[in-house]
Design a binder for this molecule. Structure first.
Ligand SMILES: C[S@@+](CC[C@H](N)C(=O)[O-])C[C@H]1O[C@@H](n2cnc3c(N)ncnc32)[C@H](O)[C@@H]1O
Length: 278
């Protein structure tokens, strides 16, 4: 059993607790030494992945500018906003006329965002939506039936960083449909995925690949059988089909280097898709 599978064998609540305890000494020292940036959560509270919080947020902003035509006055929706990694970067970019909405299934992230971001930037609004996700939050309410709490045609730009990589097919289809409904005509959505096709399916199912998906299902593969939302990779034709079903148009596909593909333009870790409402 490796560290990753031990982590996945814990309940969502225990995973949060383990992280908090592990980083407790570092967080205490940083706080005592006054090393803390107001807009960076304690390390023990950053449940959304490792890496430099501010640098990664800035990188997300660059991707949105480059691939989703994000502009300073846009209405934006950050689905699975976590603990505000992209939002913090966006506070330095969006104008006061712009509107930012973010939602997530983890309450502690939303509480942090409201306290640290909305207080200083009132045009940034965050909502806790208690939906089931076996990696993050256990409950009976299903994401596959969730109706986004926003009017039709209300956002210029929507994005999901590392969120579809933790969602099941019916949930993804529902989110595509809802994204189509709440995007303005001409609006774009950028999402990151783990995608495979006939060429790299064998490689990504093998344990030799650092990120691997050994468990085959129809049109998708799982990293961990017991925690299906731990990480999920989709057959890219299947995702293309779901995008079409939602009446969205795929605009751009930028492969990441997670699966060691050997094509040009590899840029990020996860694969990026940009789709548009026409
Ligand atoms: C890897 S984290 C990424 C967080 C954030 N997008 C970022 O890049 O910092 C995945 C996030 O997706 C959220 N999530 C999982 N299922 C969701 C759902 N059905 N709807 C909204 N958010 C969800 C999790 O709670 C978690 O915050």
């Amino acid at each position: 059993m490796n560290l990753r599978s031990i982590y996945y064998s814990l309940s969502p609540k225990s995973r949060f607790l383990v992280r908090k305890i592990y980083y407790y000494p570092v967080d205490i020292v940083d706080n005592i030494l006054g090393k803390k940036n107001k807009y960076v959560p304690n390390k023990g509270d950053i449940f959304i992945g490792s890496g430099n919080f501010l640098a990664q947020g800035k990188h997300h902003l660059e991707l949105l500018n480059k691939y989703a035509d994000l502009k300073e006055d846009h209405s934006v929706l950050d689905i699975g906003c976590g603990i505000g990694r992209a939002a913090v970067a966006l506070t330095q970019y969006l104008s006061v006329e712009a509107k930012y909405e973010g939602f997530d299934v983890v309450e502690k992230g939303i509480i942090w965002c409201k306290k640290h971001i909305t207080n200083d930037y009132p045009n940034f609004n965050f909502r806790y939506i208690p939906l089931n996700n076996d990696l993050y939050h256990f409950t009976d309410d299903k994401a596959e039936n969730f109706v986004f709490p926003y009017e039709d045609n209300s956002f210029d730009t929507i994005f999901l960083f590392s969120v579809f990589t933790h969602m099941q097919p019916l949930e993804v289809q529902n989110y595509f449909n809802e994204i189509q409904r709440v995007l303005k005509p001409g609006g774009k959505c950028l999402g990151t995925f783990f995608l495979y096709n006939d060429e790299n399916e064998e490689a990504i199912s093998s344990k030799k690949n650092k990120i691997n998906f050994p468990y085959e299902r129809e049109n998708y593969r799982l990293m961990n059988e017991k925690v299906p939302s731990a990480n999920i990779a989709f057959d890219e034709k299947y995702i293309d089909k779901m995008i079409k079903i939602a009446d969205l148009k795929l605009e751009n596909k930028i492969y990441g280097n997670w699966s060691k593909r050997t094509c040009e333009g590899l840029f990020d870790f996860q694969d990026i898709l940009v789709f548009k409402k026409e």
